[in-house]
Design a binder for this molecule. Sequence first.
Ligand code: F6P
Length: 556
Amino acid sequence: MTTTTRRPKIQRRTTLPRRQTWKALQTHYKSMQSMHLRTLFTEDPQRGGRMTMEAVGVLLDYSKNRITDETIRLLVELAEESGLREGIEAMFRGEKINVTENRAVLHVALRAPREASITVDGENVVPKVHAVLDQMAGFAHRVRSGEWKGHTGKRIKNLVNIGIGGSDLGPVMAYEALKYYSERTMTFRFVSNVDGTDFAEAVRDLQADETLFIVSSKTFTTLETMTNANTARAWSIAGLGGDAASVAKHFVAVSTNAAEVAKFGIDTANMFPFWDWVGGRYSMFSAIGLSTMLAIGSEHFRAMLNGAHQIDEHFRTAPLADNLPALMGLLTVWYVDFFDAETVAVLPYEQYLKRFPAYLQQLTMESNGKHVTVDGREVSYDTSPVYWGEPGTNGQHSFYQLIHQGTRLIPSDFIAFHQSLNPLGRHHELLLANVFAQTEALAFGKTAEEVKNEGTPNWLVPHRTFEGNRPSNTIMADRLTPEVLGKLIALYEHSVFTQGVIWNIDSFDQWGVELGKVLAQRIIPELESKEEPPLPHDSSTNNLILRQRARGRSKT
Ligand code: F6P
């Protein structure tokens, strides 16, 4: 993480709660607070169609939100007043909108077509992006075709990506999401946790002579990744007869830090670079996606980039009222800041998207979990909600009870596809019937009267009544392809961007993860030292350290 000593020039904006439109939204909220979706749908029989938008093959039905046309008008006005348009332009122009790290934010350049031009500090970065994509494609082809041989001349059959956070969550999510398109003769594993179990289980059935490691780390200094990489190197060398020269055939690196890669012992000829204007959680379309490309091949990878690019263009050019990611971001602001919603559920009805909510957690919460504005003032409104979720229909038999009848308002995104990649009998119709049924039940519920009319005894009526009025979005596309996955990711990235602009926060730094890292570095020697160390912590932390020293294995 870099820092600059000079404070950059930051345009001071009127504090959000003082803005005219914010006040208008507060007044408008009072009229919406108790307005039921049943009434909104009864009053406007065309609402479902009217509040559905489609762009570049992605459909967003936002009609089951607690909004009217006036809400949308005000939210769009808020976006204009907050400088969303200018913010988008600034990002695409390569301005250093990550002010606290003095960096441009250009994940959109990663999926720009070859002929595009996007400049950072006067340099067009698009040719560099495509040079690395070509390097990745060449390497992926050599490994997948068997041309790239291991140290003993064997074909590489296993690929292990070592990384954490943005260097893991995107790759593992994309691998799972696109498994249908993956090279099934190869095994793909992902190691992230510094808990040794993660590495041990990942390699327990693998042979070192058939295994290639990708060490993925933007900084190449992250404790977890470097610990796992060192363990992997020892495991690999031991499995290859102790010959350290084998590293050249069994390790490649993805990083922005060539010096650290070389120091680790990986030839920089086997390094795939990216740049400081790619944030960790926005990096899966960069060389960090090497494992994805190895799994699905370069054509599918490029299709994924193309999908993301289509949404980028839509976000950049569509009027805000017809702009899918802008609208999704604004609806989140509406629920978080006016309805006091604390969380958003993301519910993919597609088993291949099982890691999508986990991926979104970093994207959303590391981006917008901030309590000060870009110019360092404490915010007086809530910022990022907690994002969470699980694939449906599994979640229905677990936590949906709370979404339907709990005391909290949980706006939910339902994600589904018209066609299944594995059309088995009636499975897909049953799956989709559940998507539509859930959003219907959440919105309209079941009144006490309806419950009574079914002959329910009076004492049971409150338990069986569904209040309804629980908002949801339904996001649909034809089928889960690499291109569609690219679109979905870009959709959420730009929704997060929209939220960040409204809240006037830096969505691209992550200072909040630093303190724990620093304290862990201090505690490591206190756990490992042979001599009893002086312990300067609070009494709880001191006791825990002492107990671990007495009972753990680390002092040997
Ligand atoms: O600790 C948070 C973080 O910095 C994330 O932002 C990042 O994605 C992750 O760690 C991994 O960092 P790196 O790719 O540098 O190893």
